[in-house]
Write a new protein. Structure first.
Length: 344
């Protein structure tokens, strides 16, 4: 374990803080901007990133930001490269290193993640740009016969290889196995799949000799499918999520930062908060690494207009504060109605 890895993990595991996922691909960013009728160009994407990443006080609630390659080379309105700006305010810049999904032969259109080829060389370039951690996402759909053993095995192997290469280049890896929320499956089905996936992931991480103390897990919560008739309540999501983590995750892992994965901003915050009020003895820090659930309200407030920047930044910071409180079990639904909440 190098001093560099130790320092990065220390800077990224801070009670009351979480990680912002701002690593949407051009395709996803285009969808987000289309939702507010803004054309997606390199400049409008830069303006949107600038709005979020330069929000005054972001460092109170956010300890790290996952960036997309395009954003690494873009600058704030005042001409500072985004990774440099983040580092200046005490936020660790990171980079998404996977290269999207492709179909796995021998499966029912299941997808694995590309990007292992040449990863070491790319990491050397990203290091020069000031990034200190990486992220790789694998996905698992749930329906009658899937996820298959084949996709579970392939994704686990690739996540472990990616994590190993990252650590060899002194990057803290964020390992993201996402069990997708799409579908009408029950919370119990989600539990079974999540347990199987996480067991396989940690077995392969061990095989590759990944230093568990110097990585972060970014899982999905155990939750009913979005189209399920009777979706499980907040408490059940919290109880089953903590239960599956206790059954599969080694105690030496420092932090688990959940993805929001199709939940509303309010749901994602409430679920995280509930996990901290169950009275469970947790060996790892439970926090957030949300994208839409942090940025959605800001995007809505901004509408692509300069005069709305302040209001949009306030909406983003308000959401970040609420999630910060949730990491300590101090959030309540009443806060959603309040204009502002006290400083954390």
């Amino acid at each position: 374990m190098t001093a560099e890895l130790k320092q990065t993990i220390k800077d990224m595991v801070v009670v009351g803080k979480g990680i912002l996922a701002a690593d949407e691909s051009v395709k996803t960013a285009t969808k987000r901007l289309a939702s507010i009728n803004v054309e997606s160009t390199e400049e409008t994407r830069r303006q949107y990133r600038n709005l979020i990443l330069t929000a005054p006080g972001i460092e109170k609630y956010i300890c790290g930001v996952i960036l997309f390659e395009e954003t690494l080379k873009q600058k704030t309105n005042s001409g500072v490269l985004f990774p440099e700006h983040l580092a200046k305010v005490g936020v660790v810049p990171g980079i998404k290193v996977d290269q999207g999904l492709t179909e796995l032969e021998g499966t029912q259109s299941e997808q694995y993640t590309k990007g292992l080829d040449g990863l070491g060389d790319r990491l050397e370039e990203y290091k020069k740009m000031g990034t200190r951690f990486t992220k790789w996402r694998a996905v698992y759909s749930i329906s009658e016969n899937i996820p298959s053993d084949l996709i579970i095995k392939r994704n686990a192997e690739d996540l472990a290889k990616y994590a190993k290469i990252s650590q060899e280049h002194n990057f803290v890896p964020i390992v993201e196995p996402e069990v997708l929320i799409d579908g009408n499956h029950s919370i119990d089905t989600c539990y079974k799949v999540t347990e199987k996936v996480l067991k396989e992931v940690f077995e392969d991480l061990k095989k590759e000799n990944v230093i568990i103390e110097c990585m972060i897990l970014k899982p999905s919560m155990v939750i009913s499918g979005k189209q399920a008739e009777n979706r499980a309540p907040v408490e059940e999501v919290a109880v089953k999520t903590v239960k599956v983590l206790k059954a599969t995750v080694p105690p030496e892992l420092p932090s688990i930062n959940f993805l929001s994965g199709g939940q509303t901003p309010e749901e994602a915050t409430a679920h995280l908060n509930k996990m901290h009020t169950l009275g469970e003895d947790l060996s790892w820090y439970l926090s957030f690494s949300y994208a839409r659930a942090l940025q959605g309200p800001a995007l809505k407030a901004w509408q692509g207009k300069d005069e709305n920047i302040k209001a949009a930044q306030e909406a983003f910071l308000q959401r970040a504060k609420l999630n910060s409180l949730a990491t300590k079990g101090e959030y309540s639904e009443d806060m959603e109605k309040e204009e502002q909440i006290k400083e954390v």
